[in-house]
Design a protein around this ligand. Structure first.
Ligand SMILES: C[S@@+](CC[C@H](N)C(=O)[O-])C[C@H]1O[C@@H](n2cnc3c(N)ncnc32)[C@H](O)[C@@H]1O
Ligand code: SF4
Ligand code: SF4
Length: 361
């Protein structure tokens, strides 16, 4: 059985924890309410008319206590990504931020641009918001087709409000075969607007839709073009977050990542955080190992998170030897691709990341 790097939790719950990893990240969807109905969205792509679920104020208070209790037990510091939908549309959004501030808990927001203004951003900053993440899913025409008309321009217009308030801006792109050709030019746009952090992640097919797939070799070329753009803009002030784990493979092949010597063979050092330092909570209380795949492991209203994090369902995410291709790969302890993308294509999170181009025997 594999262990997890010092500081990260050991897969074998009988082992003593070695805790070096400081933070534990909660992606907390407080509401499904949203001004958009994006075509790719894991909330709405199945049915854009689904009833909107919102977490009640009393459940939010209990949820926060549950998260804090779990972090206390694990010796981690909680970090929250407050999201939705658009979390600002929740009636108790500001009350929640006030509660986080009163407990001195760090957080960022993943939301929409439509309700941001200078005043709103100042208020976010007052309560301690460190980063505000917005999405851009292509250049104007593509982005607006996926999201809604006017969304692209509004997103760019609101970046100065975020900066003026002293909050760091993050742009996230969900990449698929429908928009990958536009990403290099989008990187230029993001840099021109002085965005602090840019990252992209692969689209996880909902309803097992394989239509937007990027073939592995094509994905490698896509990463190469993006890498050259990152190099071109390396002094721009924008940080390029290599969120996609296949960057590890790319950098390894380029000689920019070498496997450090004298590491333990059975220890997980990097790659997907699922089962290690991340959980997602939905407005109905469901706890997901990862929101981008069908991975409910409990409910935060009825279960103690400290128990859920060690339950059998969660253990399956830490069963690294079960990864069909990665377990045979020299990069397994550092990469593992994206199990949620694999799940989207095959309904099996242990199957190979369909965009991984490495030949493994
Ligand atoms: C659910 S949204 C919430 C925040 C905000 N409404 C937004 O769209 O940025 C968070 C992120 O999940 C991404 N996302 C939604 N559905 C996805 C899917 N099927 N695969 C990958 N990412 C997805 C969105 O594009 C966005 O970057
Ligand atoms: S804005 Fe975000 S939450 Fe709303 S539909 Fe689009 S991806 Fe989903
Ligand atoms: S086989 Fe798995 S660990 Fe190896 S490069 Fe591909 S995704 Fe990464």
């Amino acid at each position: 059985m594999c262990r997890i790097a010092p500081g990260i939790l050991p897969a074998n719950r009988g082992e003593k924890f070695q805790i070096m990893e400081t933070y534990f990240a909660f992606q907390w969807h407080i509401t499904d309410n949203c001004d958009q109905r994006c075509k790719h969205c894991y909330i709405f792509s199945g049915d854009s008319t689904i009833p909107i679920t919102e977490m009640s104020w009393s459940d939010m208070q209990k949820t926060l206590d549950n998260c804090v209790e779990m972090c206390g037990a694990l010796g981690r510091i909680p970090y929250f990504y407050i999201t939705g939908g658009d979390p600002i549309l929740h009636n108790d959004f500001w009350r929640l931020l006030e509660l986080l501030k009163s407990k001195d808990i760090a957080f960022s927001i993943m939301g929409n641009p439509f309700h941001l203004s200078n005043d709103v951003c100042q208020r976010l900053q007052f309560y301690g918001c460190e980063r505000y993440q917005l999405s851009l899913d292509g250049l104007k025409t593509t982005h607006d087709r996926i999201r809604k008309s006017g969304s692209f321009d509004t997103t760019l217009e609101k970046i100065p409000c975020i900066h003026n308030a002293g909050i760091r801006s993050v742009i996230m792109t969900t990449v698929s075969g429908t928009n990958n050709a536009e990403i290099p030019e989008l990187i230029d746009v993001v840099v021109e607007h002085g965005v602090d952090v840019f990252a992209f992640a692969s689209y996880c097919p909902t309803n097992f839709d394989k239509g937007a797939h990027i073939e592995p070799e094509q994905y490698k070329q896509f990463l190469d073009v993006c890498w050259n753009k990152f190099e071109q803009h390396k002094d721009s002030g924008t940080i390029f977050n290599l969120k996609d784990h296949l960057w590890t493979l790319y950098l390894h092949e380029k000689g920019l990542f070498t496997i450090p010597e004298n590491l333990d063979d059975d220890v997980i050092y990097d790659g997907c955080n699922c089962g290690i330092s991340h959980l997602t909570i939905l407005p109905n209380g469901n706890i997901y190992a990862c929101r981008r795949m069908d991975s409910v492991i409990g409910n935060v209203f009825t279960d103690r998170l400290s128990d859920v994090f060690f339950n059998e369902k969660m253990d399956k995410c830490r069963n690294f030897n079960a990864f069909e291709k990665c377990s045979k790969c020299e990069l397994m302890r550092f990469c593992r691709g994206c199990p949620a993308v694999a799940y989207g294509y095959t309904h099996n999170a242990y199957s190979a990341d369909p965009q991984c181009w490495k030949k493994v025997r």
